[in-house]
Ligand binder design. Structure first.
Ligand code: IPM
Ligand code: MN
Length: 357
């Protein structure tokens, strides 16, 4: 048996509810692949901040660093000033653990309701992945404000783009494109306006492209990319983009492929210098917290990404197949299921060994 240590940060709102289901599914799939998980739960988020004023103490970060992977639920609470937990906990984990690849796959499963028109769906299968840069851009917090509260207030948020940071994420995106059947990479930026960073990204993609002659490359301005996500998402295979564009695009991508209840993500440290972290794209949804109404599917699929990352793609595929089967059964059903019922149904499908496509 291969035992993996898992740091669990269930977090705020619906985080603990959906994370419990993801963990239950991992426990069901593990024995079939001779795996076991040694889990440590970390009490981080709004509760701890209210109790102690701490977001992520250094000692806790050091402990988390010692694990093979991290499973995170959701961070954010209306009772905590906006940005405190986001910056102090979630983004701090991404930055400190050098999660420079924020991997966000989007796939439209059969039977999933989508706002897309039939004419759009007729263009082909929707199955793409956004490689969002995770450690730079406007997220680094390089900015400030002067004359705050006056009519002359001036605020800046400076986007940081380094040759080192851009090149490593672009190279990772090319490698992912190379490994996919369609071998297509789209750079999304806004190089007609953000010329300094935009040209760095474009030049980097051009340079790295020489190493991947089998990958077809194209470029879209971010505004045009949103049009294509709504009118022809089948055209995308791998998208590489900066931290903020990637944040926005992946919410849109989730919206057209069944909603954020299904969208999973991995914050990957490809070099293995620190554990990677897996989390649903959705937030803590305080409006429905504690009501057992949250869809745990995104958290469960994040568990599949975790297994993939730990080198057990067969186990990941088994979870994905179980989710796919469960989703197919949702079509036409009118009874709303609880978080626990959805989790149990997927766990049962995993246990029953729904055939992997
Ligand atoms: C996400 C979230 C975060 C982000 C927030 C909560 C800081 O929106 O994971 O997409 O902007 O990255
Ligand atoms: Mn987001």
């Amino acid at each position: 048996t291969r035992t993996h240590s898992l740091a669990v940060v269930a977090g705020d709102g619906i985080g603990p509810e959906v994370t419990a289901q993801a963990l239950a599914v991992l426990d069901v799939v593990a024995p079939a692949y001779d795996l076991a998980f040694d889990r440590t739960e970390y009490d981080l988020g709004a509760r701890r901040w209210h109790a102690t004023g701490e977001t992520l103490p250094d000692s806790v970060l050091t402990e988390i660093r010692g694990h093979d992977a991290i499973l995170l639920g959701a961070i954010g609470d209306p009772g905590v000033p906006s940005g405190v937990l986001e910056r102090g906990l979630l983004l701090r984990l991404r930055f400190e653990l050098d999660h420079y690849v924020n991997l966000r796959p989007s796939k439209l499963y059969p039977g999933v309701p989508t706002p897309l028109a039939d004419s759009v769906l007729a263009k082909g299968d929707i199955d793409f992945v956004v490689v969002r840069e995770g450690t730079e851009g406007p997220y680094v917090g390089n900015g400030g404000a002067i004359r705050v509260g006056t009519p002359h207030e001036m605020a800046t948020e400076v986007s940081i783009n380094t040759a080192f940071g851009v090149e490593r994420v672009v190279r990772d995106a090319f490698a992912r494109a190379q490994a996919r059947p369609r071998r297509r990479l789209t750079l999304v930026h806004k190089n007609n306006v953000l010329v300094h960073a935009g040209h760095l990204w474009s030049r980097t993609v051009d340079a790295v492209a020489a190493e991947f002659p089998d990958v077809t490359v194209d470029y879209l301005h971010v505004d045009a990319a949103t049009i294509f996500l709504a009118t022809d998402p089948a055209r995308f295979d791998v998208i590489v983009t900066d931290n903020l564009f990637g944040d926005i695009l992946t919410d849109l991508a989730a919206a057209v492929t069944g909603g954020i209840g299904l969208a999973a993500s991995g914050n990957i440290n490809p070099d293995g210098t620190a554990p990677s972290m897996f989390e649903p794209v959705h937030g803590s949804a305080p409006d429905i917290a504690g009501q057992h109404r949250a869809d745990p599917t995104a958290a469960i699929l994040s568990g599949a990404l975790l297994l993939d990352h730990l080198g057990v793609p067969e186990a990941a595929a088994r979870i994905t197949a179980a989710v796919e089967a469960d989703i197919a059964g949702r079509a036409g059903s009118t009874t709303a299921r609880s978080t626990e019922e959805v989790g149990a149904a997927i766990a049962a499908a995993v246990a029953g060994g729904v055939p992997v496509a």
